[in-house]
Design a binder for this molecule. Structure first.
Ligand SMILES: [Zn+2]
Length: 483
């Protein structure tokens, strides 16, 4: 990871020749770090990385639909000639983002929260706005320095990235936090692009309102950076964009939101984790394809990243990490353990060959130093399973090792194979519809369809309602059901 990040950073520094350009949206002269050609080249360079990191959501029909809408908006934008690309990425996070040069990404997660084509167009138009107004370019330049510290925990450099979502990766560069002015400008551009092409510009507000409600009910403490952490203040933004929406409605007349069309398009879309990348159930991590499970300590926060799965004790610097270790030379487990830990800069303090739940393993104790943590102790298990080597590391400040040893060892040695039948039972959840009957409430519907683990409030927001509103008899509402 570290190697990749610094290569990217160097590439960009080389690209950045400061220049003055005319802003395509405002027409004003603007100091930017990249020319348009450089901007496109940067996007082209990062796009394959982005696809590798997030994974494209496998649904050609849905991809085609989003691309068609995006291209329609982009053609009428201030920069119609960029190589615009729209991709639905396989992430449960609620987010959308843009890379310089016209590369737009929208998560399947946010798509499940939208309730009309006008809202989808609002999201796409907003991201197009970041590109046409060149926010990304400015931000991108500024963000380079501050993001480099993110690899602090990536002590082992994996060649393969088998797990989950993209937090904490080189692609964190995509999770730029936009300023309020940029957000407002993009909201306005999104509303304009929508109205010009025949969608109700209020879709931008509908999308913002849903995000504001999520913010209120649950805060923004999700594992993967979401829209709320990269696009601040959705509640205020609803008010800010309102006058323009009213103006556009005057100018273009009554425009459709196309709710039914949108809902038909997203029927069956995956909701929540994709089991192919492992799932978190309580404090356990299960990987049905690689057929294993691991228990993290109770109450720790678990993050399923592409390169590793990390659990952290709240408010403490204690971690359990899970990674795959490459072993192309087919070395013994003992040798793999020694080399991988030495490569990560650790000294051995103890170790032995052992078995962990029937699997061939090497258990070790190591000392090292880590950025931001200082002296650390690492309790490890290198485990052979299914032709692969897995590494589980319990990491703690050296002077706290004694008090944490038991908890770390229990987690590290909980790695175990799961049966084909157990793996088979781990299925994704999908979006389906339910027609509201007399007497139904969000509470009763949430109880009937509790597959997504959604609260009544969240189910209301999921359907574009405020938690205080109730569905009406005959409404077609979204629910989450197991496959
Ligand atoms: Zn934005």
């Amino acid at each position: 990871m570290r190697r990749m990040l610094s290569t990217t950073a160097l590439g960009l520094v080389a690209l950045m020749a400061a220049s003055c350009a005319t802003n395509p949206v405002t027409g004003e002269k603007q100091f930017v770090m990249m020319s348009e050609a450089q901007e496109i080249a940067t996007g082209q360079q990062m796009h394959p990385e982005a696809l590798k990191e997030f994974g494209k959501y496998e649904d050609p029909e849905l991809q085609g639909y989003v691309d068609r809408l995006g291209q329609t908006l982009a053609r009428s934008s201030h920069r119609p000639d960029l190589p615009w690309t729209f991709t639905v990425v396989d992430s449960a996070a609620i987010n959308a983002f843009a890379l310089p040069g016209g590369y737009i990404y929208i998560t399947r997660g946010i798509m499940t929260y939208l309730n009309s084509e006008a809202e989808l167009v609002g999201v796409l138009g907003h991201e197009i706005g970041h590109v046409t107004a060149r926010h990304a370019v400015e931000q991108y330049s500024r963000a380079m320095g501050s993001q480099l510290g993110l690899t602090a925990l990536m002590i082992f450099v994996p060649q393969t990235r088998p797990f989950g979502d993209a937090a904490g990766s080189a692609l964190s560069l995509m999770f730029l936090k936009h300023g309020r002015d940029d957000e407002l400008q993009s909201d306005r551009l999104g509303a304009e692009y929508a109205a010009q092409n025949g969608w109700d510009p209020a879709g931008v507000m509908g999308m913002l309102r849903a995000l504001a409600r999520l913010d209120e009910t649950e805060g923004s403490s999700r594992g993967v950076p979401g829209w709320l952490s990269t696009h601040p203040e959705p509640a205020n933004r609803v008010n800010d964009v309102q006058p323009l929406v009213a103006e556009l409605r005057q100018k273009y007349g009554d425009l459709p939101v196309r709710r039914a069309e949108y809902l038909n398009r997203i029927e069956g879309i995956m909701v929540g984790e994709n089991p192919r990348e492992g799932v978190i159930r309580g404090n356990a991590f299960l990987h049905p394809d690689m057929r294993f499970a691991l228990d993290f300590p109770e109450g720790w926060q678990i993050q399923n990243g592409k390169a590793q799965v990390v659990a952290k004790e709240p408010n403490r610097n204690n971690f359990v990490l899970l990674q795959l270790i490459d072993n192309p030379e087919r070395l013994s487990i003992e040798e793999v353990a020694r080399r991988s830990m030495a490569n990560a800069g650790f000294r051995q303090a103890g170790g032995e060959r052992s078995r962990v739940n029937g699997l061939n393993a090497y258990l070790g104790l190591w000392q090292g130093q880590m950025q931001q943590l200082g002296d650390v102790a690492a309790r490890t298990a290198h485990i052979e399973h299914g032709g692969r080597v897995f590494l589980v590391v319990g990491l703690t400040p050296a002077n706290e090792y004694r008090s944490n040893e038991a908890v770390l060892a229990r987690s590290v040695e909980s790695f175990r194979p799961i049966s084909a039948a157990e793996a088979e039972r781990i299925k994704p959840n999908r979006l389906r519809f339910y027609t509201v009957r007399r007497g139904d409430t969000w509470q009763s519907i949430a109880q009937r369809y509790d597959a997504g683990g959604m609260s009544a409030a969240r189910l209301a927001i999921f359907n574009g309602f405020a938690p205080s509103e109730q569905p009406r008899e005959g409404d077609r509402v979204k629910v989450v059901v197991p496959e």
